[in-house]
Design a protein around this ligand. Structure first.
Ligand code: GLN
Length: 276
């Protein structure tokens, strides 16, 4: 007589994941995703046996999560400004802090048609898509240097049926002769040797670091933006918690007025912008 195959219950699988060091919530999200059930279902079915292939998939995910891989990359999506966006390791995972930039931009975009918005370094398309979703009459253009990232941005635009124009190139490269009413960007802004980089090792380094002080791309964007802004146009930039003073003085140096800074959800100076 052969031994019955060992079975894993919902409760036992969650317990194993906890022993690997996973958060309770992360473990529940991964298991409910593997089972294609709502998280609430787990609670009322904790003694149900798991099909072995699903138990294996869940444990493989749990091990990757325990090694530090972000939940968004395991699930393949992330919520941002009320939209579900596809993400992969080719793009930065959209952060709630960036909603500060979206809120500020929305306050500047009229509801009438014709207003031209540019998102530089769009990654997953998060900022451009959030703006287009809130202001369907605006003409939103998004640029990214990385073809793999741009493919994700395009897939997200298609999935959400939002008419964002996606262009490949480095910063203003694909925009010769074009002008906008508002330019927004969450560029890489972390210093190359920043102590936080190991914690961000699963995300694309080119989306995170920018020279020894983290300001290389911000400097380039601020220097070139005036050539692509209509009179009275705005430039809004996300930056590191300790870069507001540097970004403000760069903006003033390049002729921007009404320069001001906004705080993120954690109370850190996170976005600085000005008007041409
Ligand atoms: N806000 C991100 C972080 O600190 C960095 C994003 C960026 O460099 N644009 O994790």
């Amino acid at each position: 007589m052969s031994e019955p195959l060992p079975t894993t219950t919902v409760a036992a699988a969650l317990q194993q994941a906890r022993q690997l060091g996973l958060d309770r919530l992360d473990a529940q999200i991964l298991l409910s995703t593997a089972l294609q059930r709502p998280r609430s279902w787990l609670l009322s079915h904790d003694q149900d046996a798991l099909p072995p292939e699903l138990a294996d998939q869940f444990m493989a995910w749990a091990q990757r999560r325990a090694q530090g891989e972000p939940l968004a990359y395991l699930l393949g999506d992330k919520e941002f400004y009320g939209l579900t966006l596809r993400v992969s390791p080719d793009v930065l995972i959209p952060r709630p802090d960036t909603e500060t930039l979206v809120d500020w931009a929305l306050a500047l975009i009229p509801t009438e048609p014709g207003f031209k918005v540019l998102d530089l370094g769009t990654g997953s398309g998060a900022i451009a898509l959030a703006l287009q979703h809130q202001r369907l009459q605006a003409q939103v253009t998004a640029v990214d240097a990385c073809p793999a990232a741009l493919a994700i941005a395009q897939a997200n635009a298609q999935q959400l049926a939002l008419p964002v124009e996606n262009l490949q190139g480095s910063w203003f490269e694909p925009l010769a002769g074009r002008h906008f009413d508002l330019i927004v960007s969450n560029p890489p802004y972390i210093a190359e040797n920043d102590e936080h980089m190991p914690a961000l090792r699963f995300e694309p380094e080119q989306a995170l670091t920018s020279g020894v002080d983290g300001l290389d791309d911000l400097r380039l964007i601020i220097a070139k933006a005036p050539l692509h802004l209509n009179a009275g146009g705005w430039l809004l930039l996300e930056h590191g918690h300790d870069q507001a003073a540097a970004v403000s003085s760069l903006l003033k140096m390049h002729g921007f007025g009404q320069v001001s800074t906004r705080l993120d959800l954690g109370g850190n100076p996170r976005c600085t912008g000005g008007k041409t």
